[in-house]
Design a protein around this ligand. Structure first.
Ligand code: MN3
Length: 274
């Protein structure tokens, strides 16, 4: 299915053409005249998705089968890479377009392909993400890393949205983070420090575990749904700490990447997972 995705926000209007085709790269065009028209139409300054058949937060495109990405979602294997929902340039300057093209179009594609091959070869069946990761043997590194890579990146994409950082943090998320960490700012400090100090490749997470929010990291493509990972819980927010996620733009400045990433974090998506 092809379609146009239009995002209206503080910064203007992004129009993506053909992004739902998956292989086609979206083209970003700033359309200030249209922005002005839409603003005059008394649309909120909050980000709004319009005419967007690819919006992950609403209904999925009808020709994309459910895959095992949702938590306890009753979906099934194989993994299917969901269409990229907006222009790759739309996360700039915080996340550059070339990094996104490679990350989504090469790295994630490969994880999905290899995960499906390995899962089929091993005869693994699962109907939820929890069920899948609960049964992956630690000894099968290929299976574990590729299935983790397929799933983790899908969550990562859904944690970001153009200009998301301009929106206020949802009240229930603010309350939950404040109850655990003291404040949203303190949570961001804890999360960022964990990300900066993680050695080597991996991920940093905000998880919910038995009613408690927790921040921690995992190695390689491990995730908190794996029983023997370094962090356990239900993932609410994920940040990719592999160098391929930032090296083209930030080089060795992981701290800079982490600091800028907050500008594209979709806090409404985190709140939805609470
Ligand atoms: Mn990655």
């Amino acid at each position: 299915m092809l379609g146009n995705a239009v995002l209206v926000d503080h910064a203007g209007v992004y129009e993506s053409k053909g992004v739902c085709g998956g292989a086609q790269l979206a083209k970003w065009t700033g359309m200030m005249q249209r922005r002005s028209f839409l603003q005059q139409a008394t649309l909120s300054s909050m980000a709004l998705w319009l005419i967007d058949p690819c919006d992950w937060s609403s209904s999925a495109p009808s020709d994309v089968p459910d895959s095992l990405y949702s938590l306890s979602g009753g979906t099934e294997l194989p993994f299917v890479q969901r269409p990229w929902p907006y222009a790759f340039e739309a996360l700039e300057p915080h996340i550059d377009a070339e990094t996104m093209r490679l990350h989504y179009g090469k790295h994630h594609v490969k994880y999905v392909e290899e995960a499906n091959k390995a899962l089929a070869a091993a005869g693994v069946k699962a109907t939820t993400a929890e069920e899948l990761f609960a049964q992956l043997p630690r000894g099968d590194a290929g299976l574990r890393n590729n299935a983790g890579g397929a799933w983790n990146h899908d969550l990562f994409w859904s944690c970001m949205r153009p200009s998301a950082g301009l929106a206020e943090w949802p009240g229930k998320l603010t309350d939950a983070l404040s109850a655990t960490f003291g404040s949203v700012e303190r949570f961001k400090e804890v999360f960022s420090k964990a990300a900066r100090t993680h050695f080597g490749s991996g991920w940093v997470w905000l998880v919910e575990d038995a009613g408690q929010l927790r921040v921690g990291t995992t190695r390689d493509q491990d995730n908190p749904l794996m029983p023997d990972s370094d962090l356990r819980g239900r993932p609410l927010l994920a940040l990719d700490l592999w160098e391929h996620a930032y090296y083209l733009h930030y080089k060795n400045d992981r701290a800079g990447y982490i600091a800028q990433w907050w500008n594209v974090v979709d806090t409404a998506a985190i709140a939805d997972r609470l």
